[in-house]
Design a protein around this ligand. Structure first.
Ligand SMILES: NC(=O)c1ccc[n+]([C@@H]2O[C@H](COP(=O)([O-])OP(=O)(O)OC[C@H]3O[C@@H](n4cnc5c(N)ncnc54)[C@H](OP(=O)(O)O)[C@@H]3O)[C@@H](O)[C@H]2O)c1
Length: 242
């Protein structure tokens, strides 16, 4: 069974690398026309080069800055297209004890991993900006289900995102759906960028997945094949949380 996203307009944040990039490229091969968001313009341009089809666009935005997210939302509302879906894959991790965490770092993480997801979801509450039967896909994490020392802020941001998905699923109308994907350890820049030896030693006990383990779930949730699913959380973690 093929997943068909022909003529769907899909917004994808975090599309410059890792999970978001793979979803964006594969969505284009499934027929979608994508709007990409991240901070690194050169990587977004590279992503567009890898995509199939015409009409893909991008916006440079730092989603940890509320004023930039607000400006992005306004630009997206002015776009002469109606969206059919969003994948919010932008995010960063943070390995730090509460003793070392300051409020600015906490705000940065919550803005990026959670609040900007909520803000961009507003597009799907306006019939002017989205089509009926649109689909919101949030890339959360199993971090809040398999807790470890030093991940309180990250786990909190991802738990909040997952809860927002369920609450929004109740509020959405016109067949518009919202679901979350909770990956375990996936080999990406996010994992290789962690500088803690203690964490890498802890990670070594777990099986790592690849971005291609997450992408099919995202494409499925974007498509009509999942039209009976909303408010769900799909765990893809190689058994980490069993
Ligand atoms: N890898 C894992 O093991 C794993 C597990 C569970 C959940 N996740 C989640 O999956 C999502 C994708 O992560 P990944 O593993 O694919 O890591 P990644 O390769 O580092 O990708 C992160 C993406 O987020 C974007 N981003 C980071 N900070 C941003 C900011 N301030 N404003 C806008 N965009 C920003 C990055 O683009 P720019 O740098 O160009 O801005 C990049 O496109 C994250 O939400 C992460 O929490 C990952």
């Amino acid at each position: 069974m093929n997943i068909d996203l022909s003529n769907r307009q899909i917004l994808i944040t975090g599309a410059s690398s890792g999970i978001g990039l793979d979803i964006a490229v594969q969505a284009s091969y499934a027929g979608a026309c994508t709007t990409l968001v991240a901070r690194r313009e050169d990587k977004l341009q590279d992503a567009i080069q890898r995509m199939k089809g015409e009409g893909h666009t991008y916006y440079v935005c730092d989603l940890s800055k509320p004023e930039e997210t607000t400006a992005l939302l306004e630009k997206l509302k002015e776009k002469p297209v109606k969206f059919d879906g969003m994948v919010y894959a932008a995010g960063q991790t943070c390995i730090k004890s509460i003793k070392l965490m300051n409020h600015d770092e906490l705000s940065h993480l919550m803005n990026l991993n959670c609040f900007s997801f909520y803000e961009l979801s507003r597009l799907f509450f306006s019939r002017k900006n989205c089509n009926p039967n649109s689909s919101i896909v949030a890339i959360s994490s199993v971090a809040h289900k398999a807790l470890a020392q030093g991940i309180s802020a990250y786990a909190m941001s991802k738990a909040a995102m997952e809860t927002a998905v369920k609450a929004l699923a109740k509020e959405l109308k016109h067949g518009i759906r919202a679901n979350a994907i909770l990956p375990g350890m996936i080999t990406t820049d996010l994992i290789s960028g962690i500088e803690s030896d203690v964490i890498h030693e802890a990670f070594s006990k777990f099986k790592f997945g690849k971005v291609g383990d997450v992408t099919p779930l995202a494409l499925y949730l974007l498509s009509d094949l999942s039209s009976f699913m909303t408010g769900s959380s799909l765990i893809v973690d190689g058994g980490l949380t069993i």
